[in-house]
Each structure stands twice: as C-alpha cells, then as structure tokens.
Design a binder for this molecule. Structure first.
Ligand SMILES: Cc1cc2nc3c(=O)[nH]c(=O)nc-3n(C[C@H](O)[C@H](O)[C@H](O)COP(=O)(O)O)c2cc1C
Length: 334
C-alpha cells in the first residue's frame, strides 16, 4: 500500500474529511479568482464604458430599452430619459473614437432613434428632450431594423411547427462517416443562432469551428472526454463575450447565454442532418488556456462547450441516455 493510503487509514475519518474540504476550498478559491480577474478585466464593470466592445454592448443594451418602451401597452410619451441620455453620450464617444458607424450596434441605435421619433410624430407629440440630445444626428435615413413589429395569435405560423420532432431527432453522436463537413453546412446550421433569446438583446455569442485534423486532435486530447473515437471532421467551440456584460451581478450571465446558444446550435445541426456531440469545458486552467490558444480566442471570451460535428454513418449504436418522466421535471405551486 502506498504511504499516502496508509496515512489516510490511520487518520480519523472526520479529520480526513476536514483536510480534504480545506484543500478543495483552496482549489475553488484559486479557480474563482481566475474567473473573477478575467471578468473584472473584460466586462463593463465600471461605467462609463470606454472601449469599442463595451461601448457597442452598451449601445445594444440601451437601444433595447427604448424598443421595449415602444412596445409597451401603456405608451408613455417622452419615455426613456435615462436610456436616451446614455445613448447620446455613448454614441458621441463611439464616433469621436473613430469606430465604424456601419457596425450593427450603431446602425441599430440610429434605427431606434428613428422609430422613437416617428412614433411620437405619428401621435402628434413633441419630443423636446429627445430633440435636444439628437438634433445633429442623422437618424432620419436609418433602416427599420430596430423598433417594434407586430405578431398576432392568428398570423403566427409557429403553431404548425412541431418542436418535439426536432428535439427527438437530436442525439449525441460520437462517430462520423469520412465525408467532409463543408463550411456552408456549418453556416447553414448556425443560421438559427441569432434567433436565440438573449438578455436585453445583447447577443454575446460566437461559434468558432476548427477543420484542421491536427489541431482537432490537439484540442480533443486536452479536453479528454472523447477518447476511443475517431477524429470528427469539424470541432466547434461556443463562446460568449464578457464585454457584453455590465456590473458584478451579471457575472454568471455569459454561461446562461452560452447554454442557450449551444442548444440552438445543436438543433440547427440536427435540422441540417449533421451528427454532433457536445463536449464539456470542465477543465483546469492550463488546458483551458491551451484550447483558447488553438482557437485564437481573446481572453474576453468565456468558453462554454465544444461541439464535435460530422456526417452520419449508415447505422450504429448510440447510448440511450434515458430521460426522466416530464412530470418529474415540471412542478406547480398553488
Ligand atoms: C454541456 C455538455 C457537456 C458534455 N460533455 C460530453 C463529453 O465531454 N463527452 C461526451 O462523450 N459526451 C458529452 N456530453 C454528451 C452527454 O453525455 C449527452 O448529452 C447525454 O448523455 C444525453 O444524451 P443525448 O445528447 O444523446 O440526448 C455533454 C453534453 C453536454 C450538454
């Protein structure tokens, strides 16, 4: 018996438990500190935002606040002073810094100004506060990308779509045919990603796909959860940008957004008839850093999960992964 095992047998169980918990707690603190430092460095923890990514994220955030006001059942004329003031100062800073006015976030901001003004004009309501802030901004020719759209119970096509069918077609498939996966197939599968719900419409997601077999092999060795299978033709990583988040209370949101977009991607791949398997990122810092390097992801990206992708083989076994009864998951309170 090894010395360590012998000592373990001599030490009282309760003391051993305390020692093990103490060591686990220290390890937890070290890992948390790494996460904390990365978040503090990359998120908009202290306002006002001062770099391109955090300004863009804030533009999106405040634009959405105005959109929500425009969709509100009890329209309040001249609503949104705080969001409008923030948009005014952020956009000035953005333009003064020479960032691209063609960027999605900037165009979206211009568009919401147009929607705001037009709604008030339609109702014959003057907007002195808005005019003071945006008199010199050319929002009149903006697109209609922001604002509100109408849906109704009758016009909704969604009732005809059976979501369960798609969910039941998806399985974790770990072996693939030799056929190459084309970039266009990945793009097609990913076309549903921007439809994923996102807090304040921030859309912090990114999917980066590796097609090089040597690099795929390196990443899978580091990940360690795909042993015994042939290399998949493609390996994506889902990540979310910390720059989209604000303040300390949002620190876990990159993971929530990441989980949602991961599910969208898996369903998109299923709809594209591609086989896939999610692979976890429950790894120590060293391995995480190595994987980050291979994917060339900046430090501001939180890495959520890998997805192995390939074409289906003729037929094979997959693990059943039996699910609980829906009644066990669904609770009601009186
Ligand atoms: C976040 C996440 C991480 C996973 N990591 C791994 C992994 O590292 N290796 C693996 O073989 N399967 C992995 N899986 C696949 C699960 O084992 C699989 O989803 C589960 O057994 C249910 O089976 P199904 O996907 O076929 O419905 C992962 C799944 C999720 C959602």
């Amino acid at each position: 018996m090894k010395i360590k095992e012998q000592i373990k047998q001599l030490v009282p169980a309760s003391l051993l438990h305390h020692v093990q918990m103490f060591k686990a707690s220290q390890k937890f603190d070290r890992a948390s500190k790494i996460d904390k430092d990365r978040y503090l460095k990359n998120a908009a923890v202290i306002f006002p935002e001062d770099d391109e990514e955090t300004i863009k994220a804030a533009l999106l955030f405040h634009t959405h606040a105005i959109e929500k006001g425009l969709s509100h059942p009890n329209f309040r004329p001249n609503f949104g002073h705080t969001a409008l003031a923030s948009l005014a100062s952020l956009s000035s800073k953005y333009v003064a810094s020479g960032y691209s006015v063609d960027a999605f976030e900037f165009q979206n901001y211009l568009s919401v100004l147009k929607a705001y003004k037009e709604r008030h004009e339609h109702l014959n309501i003057s907007t002195p506060y808005f005019d003071k802030l945006f008199r010199h901004v050319g929002y009149r020719n903006a697109t209609d990308m922001a604002g509100v759209s109408t849906i109704s119970r009758d016009s909704s096509e969604c009732r005809k779509i059976n979501y369960l069918d798609l969910m039941q077609c998806r399985h974790s498939v770990r072996e693939y045919s030799d056929e190459k996966v084309l970039k266009s197939q990945i793009e097609s599968a990913a076309s549903c990603l921007p439809l994923t719900p996102s807090v304040c419409n921030r859309q912090p997601w990114k999917v980066t796909t590796m097609m090089d077999s040597e690099k795929i092999s390196t990443i899978l060795k580091l990940q360690g959860g795909f042993k015994g299978y042939n290399l998949p033709p493609a390996l994506s990583i889902i990540s979310t940008s910390d720059a989209s988040f604000r303040g300390i209370d949002e620190r876990n949101e990159p993971y929530v957004e990441g989980g949602l977009v991961l599910m969208s991607y898996l369903l998109g791949l299923t709809a594209e008839n591609l086989a896939s398997c999610t692979l976890n990122m429950m790894l120590d810092q060293e391995r995480m850093n190595e994987i980050r390097k291979v994917y060339q992801l900046p430090e501001s990206e939180t890495m959520i999960a890998l997805v192995a992708i390939g074409h289906f083989k003729e037929s094979y076994y997959i693990a059943k992964s039996k699910r609980r009864d829906p009644a066990d998951v669904c609770n009601f309170l009186e």
